[in-house]
Write a protein that binds this ligand. Structure first.
Ligand code: AHR
Length: 514
């Protein structure tokens, strides 16, 4: 009898351990649009993101390019449907003087890139190069203005150079002399970057005043107006957000930024390896990634206090995993590989952003090519797509779709007595009426089964794709570029109003329901 009781207790315990994840989808209650700009990217003059990444030079005969911009990258990013691209930094933006980057290339002055490796910046990739590249990509430019070491006049001139109609001002005439008649009409502008740090080490109060001054003189894009983003808080600095929301009149503020990286330590060489991390480092990295939910919830709550109608957007214009650089690479270039851990960060973070779409209306993964959690890595003529690329491509079905509320009860991913939610989910309905559900299981050891109650719609079929791999530390390399790729997913079934999904350990799936 004792034995029987013990066996029953054990059975109970193991059942509890594998308890079903459950969720309820409200398919008829969508009110908020998931702004496509949540899926934005970031290209800084840092390492080989621009030079040797995007830009290989007009005279390059080995790598197919248009005006020096590599066409394989353009093709890959078009498939990703990148909605916006932030440039020229980052920290670099507050050292950048845009007039050095226009006109005849051979005559452009050089400077030292003091933030990133101390290399010489010859300014051969400047305003025209970037904005023409955005046209090629079919993406909206997001320009970060220099507030830290620039002047109000300089930023005013830049906005006029880019946005004023032909012949209407000295700046537009200068643009015409440099070969571009039509304005580019750039709407999205950052007023400085990390003003609390590399952007000038300012206090929030001081920056709020400076912001007001700069924002007053910026010239808007024709018919579009400006979308001005204030340099926002680092991580949990809610006081910074509060100071900006309180002190900047909201008619001159369209967005407030925050930056949050999944990093374990800021010391050089003290982060984790990008590919050879321990189980503990994986858990800690995911803890940092999932902290995003708390951060955006709390920053949004502060914003709600001053802006209950949610006019001002929360803009997460830097996010992603930050690890030690690859052996043998310049520590100032931030070149790192990208494994399934990065796919987990991307899947879980994008679910968080989608579910907060009422306040988050823009975000930028750091960074797009060859830097930090890149979607593309290049090595001379070779180019590879990372697991993060594939997640962003799978999730792009959510761009500009209507967010559908979905409530999840998930199992925990437990590690040495600490726990994290294993499964994260978000859902949307697109313009064609298709419902998409994206699911990420960050648990590296346990597959998860989830039953989703489908309320408010009748669905008859489900199909989907999955990103999974044999090992968590797997990555795409220049030797084996397609090791990790999305595949057709057969682990989801609909029966009546129930959807059952079997997610392998450390996997990301996106489903389409009809
Ligand atoms: O993305 C790399 C750097 O991280 C950016 O230049 C800066 O804004 C942040 O600290």
């Amino acid at each position: 009898m004792k034995k029987q009781l013990l066996a029953m207790a054990c059975l109970g315990l193991s059942f509890l351990g594998n308890a079903q994840n459950t969720a309820t989808l409200q398919a008829d209650s969508g009110k908020v649009t998931i702004n496509k700009h949540i899926y934005g990217h970031f290209a800084e003059h840092l390492g080989t993101c621009i030079y040797g990444g995007f830009y290989v030079g007009e005279n390059n005969t080995k790598i197919p390019n248009k005006d020096g911009v590599r066409l394989d990258i353009i093709d890959a990013l078009k498939k990703l449907k990148i909605p916006n691209l932030r440039w020229p930094g980052g920290c670099f933006a507050d050292t950048y003087h845009w007039k050095d980057g226009i006109g005849t290339k051979a005559q452009r002055p050089a400077m030292v890139n003091t933030w990133w490796g101390g290399v010489t910046e010859d300014n051969s990739f400047g305003t025209h190069d970037f904005l023409n590249m955005c046209e090629l990509l079919g993406t909206e430019p997001y320009i970060s203005g220099n507030v830290g070491s620039g002047t109000v006049q300089e930023l005013k001139d830049w906005t006029q150079y880019i946005n004023l109609g032909a012949g209407t001002s000295p700046m537009s005439k200068l643009r015409e002399q440099n070969g571009r008649e039509k304005p580019w009409n750039v709407s999205i502008w950052g007023v400085g970057n990390e003003a609390w740090g590399c952007g000038g080490n300012m206090t929030a109060e001081y920056y709020a005043n400076i912001y007001r001054q700069y924002a007053t003189f910026m010239a808007g894009a024709d018919k579009k107006g400006l979308f001005r983003v204030a340099s926002g808080a680092s991580d949990a600095d809610y006081k910074w957000t509060e100071t900006l929301m309180k002190n900047i009149p909201h008619q001159m503020l369209e967005g407030v930024a925050i930056h949050h990286y999944s990093v374990l330590s800021w010391g050089e060489g003290k982060k984790t390896s990008a590919t050879e991390y321990t189980d503990k480092e994986y858990f800690k990295t995911m803890q940092q990634a999932l902290l995003m939910d708390e951060l955006v919830t709390k920053h949004s709550a502060v914003m709600d206090k001053y802006d209950p109608k949610k006019k001002v957007a929360l803009v997460v214009d830097e996010w992603g995993g930050w690890y030690n650089v690859e052996n043998g690479t310049n520590p100032g270039f931030l070149f790192q590989q990208n494994t399934m851990r990065d796919a987990m960060i991307a899947g879980a973070t994008l679910n968080i952003f989608n579910n907060h779409a009422d306040r988050i209306r823009m975000a930028n993964l750091a960074q797009v090519v060859n830097v930090l959690q890149a979607v593309i890595l290049t090595k001379e003529e070779k180019m590879i797509l990372t697991p993060t690329y594939h997640v962003m491509e799978m999730y792009n079905v959510h761009q500009d779709a209507t967010l559908l509320p979905i409530k999840v009860k998930t199992n925990d991913f437990v590690f040495e007595g600490e726990k994290l939610p294993a499964v994260s989910v978000s859902a949307s309905k697109d313009a064609k009426g298709l419902t998409h559900i994206s699911l990420t299981n960050v648990d590296p050891k346990n597959p998860q089964e989830i039953t989703i109650d489908l309320k408010g719609a009748k669905y008859v079929s489900v199909s989907g794709r999955i990103l999974a791999a044999e090992k968590l530390r797997d990555f795409n390399s220049f030797e084996n570029p397609n090791k990790i790729q999305p595949k057709a997913f057969s682990g989801a079934t609909i029966s009546g109003n129930q959807l059952k999904v079997k997610l392998p350990a450390f996997s990301v799936a996106v489903l389409e329901l009809k």
